[in-house]
Design a protein around this ligand. Structure first.
Ligand SMILES: Cc1ncc(COP(=O)(O)O)c(C=O)c1O
Length: 465
């Protein structure tokens, strides 16, 4: 049976969790409009909704928090963060933001005009929404292997270079104000991107004169995957690999709530001075002064320490080992998942598990609700609720290729026995899968609807429109 290496830390502070009764869970999910985002955290037993901002900070980070310099301008905490930023990412300039989407908002405001295209391997939902909010058209050009759940390609997050060239030729480089790539590819299973691919992507964007920005949320996990899987990198440190990655780009956005293991924070970094100045103006309007940008001095300190801890190789070996453990245990039980597992999460293939529920009735939503009802587990749908959109020409709904449920693993929070409980719960649901029905919307906002949508269970199958 699968096992993972012991955690390279011991527990110094605990937070009690409680599994409320099934009848209470039924009331809670109904009250939440059958949307797990509407649940109260106290009613959740194992919270795998996200790995974003949910990690445990270390004693060094808590100690750094006490050093926070809360000066409005030019704080020492900003200097300390700047040093870490420069050593790891190497960009000339950066602005702190309160989280990743604030950086995406500024980037989109500065670059994207209505009707323009922004290619990537796959944009995450907030990136996509920020581009759309400026009238832009986010375009996903990940390799085909990404949508083949059992294809064990080592770098399933790679961007398809042929597709990228054809796409730029088709829409015209003048209509592509910037190009992106997400490492690791969260929307596609947390899959890594190889350095070989990153080099080719950078060269392609450069050839067409298109600025290249990396969504760096999980850069450290991506760097460790490169160390483990890409020829020529086993002797390089994750820091060296990270530096090599970012030397290829013109800038980056990051939600530090991921690989910087903080509860809040982010940044937008770049090399272009005039872009930096314009970013500062946007930042001052919405976030704060450029040396704190929507964060407290103490948050900057925690981020400066966390950026290095996220790159620590004993931590990364445990982190990727824990994810692989959950994936292997599920596979042993014949539960369909995206293979190989990514860095931060295991993605259940709800489309396959609930093959009797059509995409229009949200099999992923149904699975996320069952996880809660069966075991008090909260997990996030990444399928038609999140990504189905009407075709701008025909108005017909275009469904994503996969209907997934993401079991995101918070950093340094849960133990092997918590994960064993998750496996047991998924198995119980799989054993009675035929009894599970789909859902329909009773309310859905236009953008980022998964956060606030409400649903009703379908007693019977909807007629096919
Ligand atoms: C790849 C990716 N990009 C951007 C974001 C947005 O970050 P934030 O939630 O801090 O706004 C996320 C968050 O989950 C993400 O996974």
């Amino acid at each position: 049976m699968a096992n993972h290496d012991p955690e390279p830390f011991r527990i110094k502070m605990v937070e009690p969790i409680r599994l409320i009764d099934r009848s209470e869970r039924e009331i809670a999910i109904q009250r939440a409009g059958y949307n797990i985002f509407g649940l109260l955290a106290k009613d959740v037993f194992i919270d795998l909704l996200t790995d974003s901002g949910t990690g445990s900070m270390s004693q060094e980070q808590w100690a750094a928090i006490m050093r926070g310099d809360e000066s409005y301008a030019g704080a020492r905490s900003f200097e300390r963060l700047s040093e870490a930023m420069y050593e790891i990412f190497g960009f000339q300039y950066f602005v702190p933001t309160h989280q990743g989407r604030a950086a995406e908002n500024i980037l989109s405001a500065l670059y994207v005009k209505p009707g323009q295209y922004v290619p990537s391997n796959m944009h995450f939902d907030t990136t996509e929404a920020n581009i759309r909010a400026r009238g832009g058209r986010p375009t996903n050009l990940v390799i085909d292997a990404a949508s083949e759940p059992t294809n064990r390609h080592p770098f399933k997050g790679n961007l398809d270079i042929d597709k990228l060239c054809a796409f730029i030729e088709q829409v015209g480089a003048e209509n592509v104000p910037l190009g992106m790539i997400t490492i690791t590819n969260n929307a596609g299973g947390g899959q890594p991107v190889s350095l070989e691919n990153l080099r080719a992507v950078a060269a392609t964007y450069r050839r067409y004169g298109i600025p290249f920005f990396i969504d760096a949320c999980r850069f450290a996990e991506n760097a460790y995957f490169i160390k483990l899987r890409e020829t020529g990198y086993s002797d390089k440190s994750t820091l060296e690999i990270a530096r090599e990655i970012f030397a290829l780009a013109d800038g980056a956005t990051m939600s530090a709530k991921k690989d910087a293991i903080v509860n809040i924070g982010g940044f937008l970094a770049m090399n272009d001075q005039s872009l930096y100045q314009r970013a500062c103006n946007e930042l001052i309007l919405r976030e704060g002064f450029p040396t704190y940008g929507g964060l407290a001095g103490r948050d900057l300190e925690a981020m400066a320490v966390g950026l290095y801890e996220g790159l620590d190789e004993s931590y990364l070996a445990y982190r990727l080992g824990q994810t692989a453990y959950l994936a292997e245990r599920l596979l042993e039980e014949n539960i369909p998942i995206i293979e190989p597992p990514g860095g931060h999460a295991v993605y259940l293939d709800a489309g396959q598990l609930f093959a009797h529920i059509p995409q229009s009735e949200f099999p992923g939503q149904a699975l996320s609700i069952e996880l809660y009802l069966e075991g008090g587990i909260r997990a996030c749908e990444i399928g038609s609720v999140m990504f189905a959109t009407p075709d701008p020409q025909t108005g017909k709904i275009v469904h994503p290729k996969l209907e997934l449920v993401r079991l995101a693993i918070p950093r340094r929070v849960y133990t092997q026995s918590h994960l064993d409980y998750v496996v047991k719960t998924v198995c119980k649901i799989a054993n009675r899968r035929e009894s599970v029905r789909g859902y329909q919307f009773t309310y859905a906002p236009e953008l980022l609807r998964h956060f606030t949508a409400r649903f009703a269970p379908l007693e019977e199958r909807l007629p096919v429109p």
